[in-house]
Write a protein that binds this ligand. Structure first.
Ligand SMILES: [Zn+2]
Length: 248
């Protein structure tokens, strides 16, 4: 929910796109509406792209306001920081310090990178395409198009994903123009799915394993993921299998 009076603010600069390890940042308050704060830039990851949102605090001097939910308006690219209460004393033009709940964020990052590893193995070894997914703080789920229902397939995929993680591969995150991205094998199908107005694509590459256009926070090295554990598998209908997993 975003309510704006007067001049519409510009899209929020998304700091986590450039640095997933940024825990604190300074920003200018663009507007306050009820309990929603809009800033000129933010390291808070909003609820988008199948990855849960960050929680944390905005501080003005000694006064802290708890961030309980973060949303992004897909059309305007404006991020709303929903606060626990209406932020008395916080006004347009103020400078605030944003602080991410890092324990939560780091869990999301580890699970998100783990999800890319599992999806890559499922595609490579079982030709299973991912049809959906959600990374939450305590567990993640991935939906696959797969005719087989046997648990062994997923046990094998998780085992192989753990083997890849143990190789401690450094991730590469970079931006490519849409034109350049379309020339990279493997990105093409994803790039074509991106809205045409996206002129620049953020590429998340786990060298030798996976390469995707992706807007979420990730760990720097697969060695940070820890041990991926299969929680359960659900049969969601014809050829639809859902895998739940966590990291420890
Ligand atoms: Zn992703």
């Amino acid at each position: 929910m975003i309510l704006i009076w007067g001049e519409a603010p510009l899209a929020t600069k998304l700091l986590y796109l450039y640095d997933s390890y940024l825990k604190e940042f300074e920003a200018k308050v663009e507007s306050i509406s009820g309990n929603a704060a809009i800033l000129d830039q933010s390291a808070f990851h909003p609820l988008t792209g199948g990855v849960g949102c960050d929680l944390g605090w905005l501080a003005k001097g000694d006064v802290r306001f708890r961030v309980v939910r973060v949303e992004i308006d897909r059309a305007t690219k404006i991020v709303s920081h929903l606060l626990e209460t209406e932020p008395t004393g916080l006004n347009q033009g103020d400078t605030v310090k944003g602080m991410i709940d890092w324990d939560r964020r780091y869990c999301l990052m580890r699970l998100h990178t783990a999800a890319h590893l599992i999806a890559a193995v499922m595609y490579k070894d079982y030709s299973a395409l991912i049809t959906g997914g959600q990374v939450d703080v305590d567990q993640a789920k991935l939906d696959f198009n797969l005719p087989r229902t046997d648990r062994e397939v997923f046990e094998d995929a998780v085992k192989k994903a753990n083997e890849e993680a143990a190789k401690k591969v450094e991730l590469k995150i970079y931006f490519l123009s849409r034109e350049a991205a379309l020339k990279v094998p493997g990105v093409v199908k994803l790039a074509e799915r991106m809205p045409p107005e996206e002129q620049e694509l953020r590429i998340v590459e786990i060298p030798g394993i996976d390469l995707q256009a992706d807007g979420g926070p990730h760990v720097k090295n697969t060695g940070e993921i820890g041990n991926i554990q299969l929680l359960r598998i659900e049969n969601k209908g014809k050829n639809q299998r859902r895998l739940y997993f966590k990291t420890a």
